[in-house]
Design a protein. Structure first.
Length: 214
C-alpha cells in the first residue's frame, strides 16, 4: 500500500503551492532535468507517460514528445493543467486505474519520487502496469531517494525523514524491477540537489520484440 507521513508539516506538502516552493528551495530542477535528459531521453515523436506527475514540473523538459501526466491528487493536476495546457495532457487518477483508463502504448514511462511512497506489493503491481503500457523496446525510468554504504550523514537523515516510508537500497530497487524487465540498471546520483543527497534512478528496458519481462 501507499505509505506516507501525512501528519503535521508533512500534510502541507499535499498543497501544490507548498510542494512547489519546497522543491524550488532544494534545487529540484537539477534532478528533473537529469531524469528526463540524462536517463529517460524521450525522442521526437515518442509518447511519454509521467506517473505521479505532481504539479507537472517534468513537462518543461519533455519538449518534442507526446506527453500524459497522471496523479491522484486533484490539486496537483489542477495546478499542472493551468501551468502547462492543454488539460488533455493531464489526468487525475491512481496508477492502479491506468490500465483500464489508458489504452495507448508509450515509448517511455517516468516516475519521479514515486516508488519510495509505495510498499513492495503496490510498487511491483504499478511496475507491471507500466511495463504493459510500453511498446517493445520501451523504457521505464524512476527516480527516488536511496540508502547507500558510506552515505553522508545529512543525506541519510534526509532520506530517513522523507514523506515516503519506503526509501530503499539499490539492490531493493533492482528487485522491484527485475521480475518485470529483462534489462535493469540502477544509477546512483549525488549531484542533483543543493545539499548532500543521494538519488537512485531505476531503469528498466523492454525487449525489442515479444513480452515485457517474466
Amino acid at each position: 500500500m501507499s505509505a506516507e507521513r501525512r501528519h503535521g508539516l508533512w500534510h502541507l506538502l499535499s498543497r501544490a503551492g507548498v510542494y512547489d516552493t519546497l522543491q524550488a528551495v532544494l534545487g529540484a530542477e537539477k534532478w528533473r532535468r537529469a531524469l528526463i535528459e540524462d536517463h529517460a531521453k524521450p525522442l521526437a515523436g515518442e509518447r511519454i507517460l509521467d506517473l505521479g506527475c505532481g504539479t507537472g514540473a517534468l513537462r518543461r523538459y519533455v519538449r518534442q514528445a507526446d506527453y500524459l501526466g497522471i496523479d491522484r491528487n486533484p490539486d496537483y493536476i489542477a495546478a499542472a493543467s493551468e501551468r502547462y495546457p492543454p488539460a488533455s495532457d493531464w489526468m487525475a487518477a491512481d496508477v492502479a486505474d491506468l490500465a483500464a483508463i489508458e489504452t495507448g502504448r508509450f515509448d517511455v514511462v517516468v516516475g519521479a519520487g514515486l516508488l519510495h511512497h509505495l510498499d513492495d506489493t503496490v510498487s511491483q503491481d504499478m511496475i507491471r502496469t507500466a511495463a504493459s503500457l510500453l511498446k517493445p523496446g520501451g523504457r521505464l525510468a524512476m527516480l527516488d531517494p536511496v540508502f547507500i554504504d558510506g552515505q553522508h550523514p545529512i543525506a541519510r537523515r534526509l532520506a530517513e525523514l522523507d514523506r515516503g516510508c519506503h526509501v530503499r537500497r539499490p539492490d531493493e530497487y533492482r528487485a522491484l524491477l527485475s521480475p518485470v524487465f529483462q534489462s535493469v540498471e540502477i544509477v546512483i546520483r549525488d549531484d542533483l540537489l543543493n545539499l548532500p543527497y543521494n538519488h537512485a534512478i531505476s531503469i528498466g528496458r523492454s525487449p525489442n520484440q515479444g513480452g515485457h519481462g517474466a
